[in-house]
Design a protein around this ligand. Structure first.
Ligand SMILES: CC(C)=CCC/C(C)=C/CC/C(C)=C/CC/C(C)=C/[C@@H]1[C@@H](COP(=O)(O)OP(=O)(O)O)[C@]1(C)CC/C=C(\C)CC/C=C(\C)CCC=C(C)C
Ligand SMILES: Nc1ncnc2c1ncn2[C@@H]1O[C@H](COP(=O)(O)OP(=O)(O)OP(=O)(O)O)[C@@H](O)[C@H]1O
Ligand SMILES: [Mn+2]
Length: 310
């Protein structure tokens, strides 16, 4: 089980920075083959920093989703936020935080996306329905769009691509919307993939306005009814997720050259999940859509080509 915050905080000896990065590496390798594979394509300097960010995000999510989540209260998240402030102040409180404290020194970044992610996890404590896409979008921004902002601080931008040679005074284009779009796309994909699992926990992330639009009820969803109403609803959701992937694609060429391949690889893997859902005839209730490892590996050269061309 993941190491979560101690209470009350006490003085203790922490592991070295290298050991801490190693803990983060093991965590990402265990929890997400997709992300881990993508990070292996990054340069040696940037890779461990992404592991540190991943570890913090995963542990934040685990507070509300993990095995000990029944014990999580709003106060737990308040403490977690204080622990976050300490990381940014260079005073990590636990063995995983040591790496992130080092990362935020090496790659200066804004604390706000981290705070926003905690706010997103707070929503999971008290909400299990979203009326409109606008409401869902806010949740997706907080738990996933923020990851784009955090990661780009590490991956860096291509300043030569960003400014015209005849106008060096011009501010470089920062693809903030595209960074966020990739997180949104990935989160919308997660929601569609996990629809059955979430329903079993009494949760519905698909906006209720969309259910109504296709005449599909909450009861249908809890029963796992697959019919033309459900298929149309899913086609609509998949199309929306794809629009966010398309938006994200347009931003990748603004990233520093060595970060484009990993991001293309990650994007290709996640968007592949949508095609698997289609291939499963939209049965997201009893079949888990996943991209097999061989298919992920096979798509790497294509991702590389895209990173050179676009
Ligand atoms: C210009 C441009 C396109 C730049 C690229 C920006 C970029 C790298 C964006 C990455 C966006 C991204 C992949 C976001 C991840 C979103 C995610 C997985 C959110 C999950 C939330 C909760 O969902 P849920 O509870 O439904 O999920 P589980 O069933 O529990 O899995 C999260 C779990 C929140 C925590 C997020 C993470 C653990 C992922 C963190 C990932 C990284 C730091 C790696 C990003 C790096 C690369 C190389 C893609
Ligand atoms: N070969 C397989 N056979 C059965 N189930 C699998 C297989 N590969 C993956 N899975 C299931 O699909 C889930 C997602 O695995 P996958 O490697 O596609 O994505 P991930 O990157 O680990 O997860 P995420 O997309 O949530 O970050 C795994 O947790 C596992 O339960
Ligand atoms: Mn989760």
């Amino acid at each position: 089980m993941l190491q979560l915050p101690d209470s009350p905080p006490r003085m203790k000896t922490l592991v070295s920075v290298d050991e801490s990065y190693n803990l983060c590496r093991h965590l990402i390798a265990k929890y997400s083959t997709t992300f881990y594979l993508s990070t292996l394509l990054l340069s040696k300097e940037k890779r461990p920093a992404i592991w540190a960010i991943y570890a913090w995000c995963r542990r934040t999510d685990e507070l509300v989703d993990g095995p000990a989540s029944a014990m999580t209260t709003p106060e737990t998240l308040d403490l977690w936020e204080q622990q976050l402030e300490a990381i940014f102040a260079g005073q990590p409180k636990d063995n995983f935080d040591v790496a992130l404290a080092d990362t935020v020194q090496r790659f200066p970044m804004d604390i706000q996306p981290f705070r926003d992610m905690i706010a997103g996890q707070r929503m999971d404590l008290y909400r299990s329905r979203y009326e409109t896409f606008e409401e869902l979008y806010l949740y997706c921004y907080r738990v996933a769009g923020t990851v784009g902002l955090m990661s780009t601080a590490v991956m860096g931008l291509d300043t030569t691509r960003n400014t015209a040679p005849w106008n060096r005074e011009q501010q470089p284009y920062v693809p903030i919307e595209e960074e966020i779009a990739l997180g949104i796309a990935k989160q919308l994909t997660n929601i569609l993939r996990d629809v059955g699992e979430d329903a079993r926990r009494g949760r519905i992330y698909i906006p209720l306005e969309d259910l109504a639009r296709f005449n599909y009820t909450e009861q249908d969803l809890f029963k796992g009814v697959i019919d033309e109403r459900w298929r149309s609803l899913m086609r609509f959701q998949i199309e929306r997720a794809r629009q966010f992937y398309t938006k994200a694609e347009r931003g990748i060429s603004y990233l520093s050259a060595d970060a484009r391949w990993p991001v293309w690889a990650a994007l290709t893997h996640y968007s592949g999940i949508l095609s698997i859902i289609e291939r499963n005839d939209y049965n997201a209730f009893t079949q888990r859509a996943y991209v097999p490892q061989w298919q992920k590996l096979r798509s790497l050269p294509l991702a590389w080509m895209r990173s050179q061309v676009f």
